[in-house]
Design a binder for this molecule. Structure first.
Ligand code: UDX
Length: 443
């Protein structure tokens, strides 16, 4: 099939590359000439495990092309994906100007039936707005389909190639057939393509992300309560998650959810509810719980140091909002850094992938280390903010040698409590007993 992808951000690039893998001829369009040139030369602008191999293979097979020429890209395409940014506008609702602008450009160029697919996360009713743009600027018939993505960064290729489900919102029979053909190789393992109307598809995406964000926030509150009543959240998590109705996944407490999707989508859904005169109470609570959770480690630090962080030196392991990505959008680490700097602390940060992104945002307001042990030299405490695999089994003797004090605040519960006790660390994690609390405080 001939496919055009408009927008080569994270979603567009993964979608385009994975669609070319099953034999489709995919042309990806972007207005950023430099980025297009880079991709034409076989360089990927993002880090995503497994993507590079598919990207090179399909470029070499001439099934994956990059261009700034919108007219050329869409001329023969039967399906055109809109994978454009929908950043939160000033009032929290999604800004549709990129999506509607592209719709207008396409409408002015097409001369035959096209299936226009919104891949970006867009508010309910966007398909109708896109349709209205086409009706205004062309007489050519189009079907506007809502096909939300459920890709997790770090495993996006796997999520695309073997999705749990594909949601397709359309009432146009021709479009339904084309979309079924396009996705059939990806649902061979028996998972469904779920067809529905456009509005339901649009809402499904927000509902899924908001539900997951709620699940995390619920566990974060349980973790906070565990600390107060002397329970262990890891045990509670296992006990609760073994009920299949709840499930084991996505129950890990931490320092709040971040990333480019959850914060934005929860906010946008609450806003959409508000616009429809519905007070979505749970979502409002989820947002406020997350705000508090992002600062939980700083609160713990302040308590430990009797409210004074001035001049303290802290090593931060992990800056990305989650492992296996260099993405720092809405990363809890950024909020923590901000609080630490405001309190007069010195921050030395290390991350396996995200350092450059942080450098371009924070410049020299913090110090950067080249490896995890270098970050620790002379520090008062280590803060673990992202659960990278490389942090899971470090050399604790080297850690002790490098640090000034043996103090760890772990926002991701990476270590066994008994091991920390044996190593003599003061170890404060999320929803678990504090290890060596009294030993350290008498030092
Ligand atoms: C998410 C959705 O999972 C995906 O389906 C959607 O299309 C895009 O948004 P992503 O943003 O890549 O994907 O990250 P995800 O792995 O879902 O994690 C989101 C946040 O929740 C991270 O900050 C992560 O640290 C946090 N999280 C996740 C927890 O705190 N605990 C958990 O148990 C799981």
């Amino acid at each position: 099939m001939e496919i055009a992808i408009i927008g080569t951000g994270y979603v567009g690039l993964v979608t385009g590359t994975c669609l070319s893998e099953t034999g489709n001829h995919v042309t990806c369009v972007d207005i950023n000439e430099q980025k297009v040139k880079m991709m034409q030369q076989g360089k990927l602008p993002i880090y995503e495990p497994g993507l590079e191999q598919l990207f090179h293979r399909n470029i070499n097979n001439e099934r994956l092309l990059f261009t700034t020429d919108l007219a050329g890209a869409i001329q023969n395409a039967s399906i055109i994906f809109l994978a454009l940014p929908t950043p939160p506008g000033g009032d929290g609702s999604a800004d549709l100007s990129y999506v509607l602008g592209a719709a207008k450009d396409i409408a002015c160029l097409i001369s035959s039936y096209k299936v226009i697919v919104t891949k970006s996360t867009v508010p309910v009713g966007t398909a109708d707005k896109v349709k209205a743009v086409f009706e205004k600027y062309t007489d050519v018939e189009v079907a506007v389909v809502s096909n939300p993505e459920f890709l997790r960064e770090g495993v996006a290729v796997e999520d695309f190639m073997k999705p749990d489900r594909v949601v397709v919102g359309t009432t146009d029979q021709r479009a339904r057939k084309l979309m079924a053909d396009l996705y059939s190789p990806y649902v061979r393992q028996g998972n469904p393509i779920i067809f529905m109307d456009e509005r339901s598809a649009e809402l499904t995406k927000y509902a899924a992300n908001s539900f997951l964000a709620t699940k995390i926030s619920f566990m974060n509150e349980i973790a906070n309560l565990c600390e107060l009543v002397g329970a262990d959240v890891d045990m509670v998590r296992l006990g609760v998650g073994s009920d299949e109705r709840i499930g084991k996944r996505f129950l890990f407490p931490g320092i709040g959810y971040g990333g480019s999707c959850f914060p934005k989508d929860v906010q946008a859904l609450a806003k959409a509810a508000d616009e429809n005169n519905y007070d979505f109470r749970i979502l409002n609570s989820v947002m406020s719980v997350n705000e508090i959770q992002k600062k939980i480690l700083v609160e713990k630090l302040k308590k430990y140091y009797n409210g004074n962080l001035e001049g303290k030196r802290f090593a931060l392991w992990g800056l990305a909002f989650k492992p296996e990505t260099d993405d720092i959008r809405e990363a809890p680490a950024l909020y923590i850094i901000d609080e630490l700097l405001k309190a007069g602390a010195v921050v030395v940060a290390y991350d396996p992938e995200a350092i450059n992104n942080v450098k371009s945002q924070l410049a020299d307001s913090i110090l950067y280390a080249n490896d995890l042990y270098e970050a620790l030299v002379g520090t008062d405490a280590l803060l673990i903010l992202t659960e990278w695999s490389a942090f899971r089994n470090p050399d604790f003797d080297t850690i002790k040698l490098n640090m000034k004090d043996k103090v760890i605040f772990d926002g991701r519960n990476l270590y066994d409590l008994q091991k920390m006790e044996e190593h003599g660390f003061y170890y404060n994690s999320i929803g678990r007993q504090v290890v060596n609390e009294f030993k350290q405080q008498t030092v």
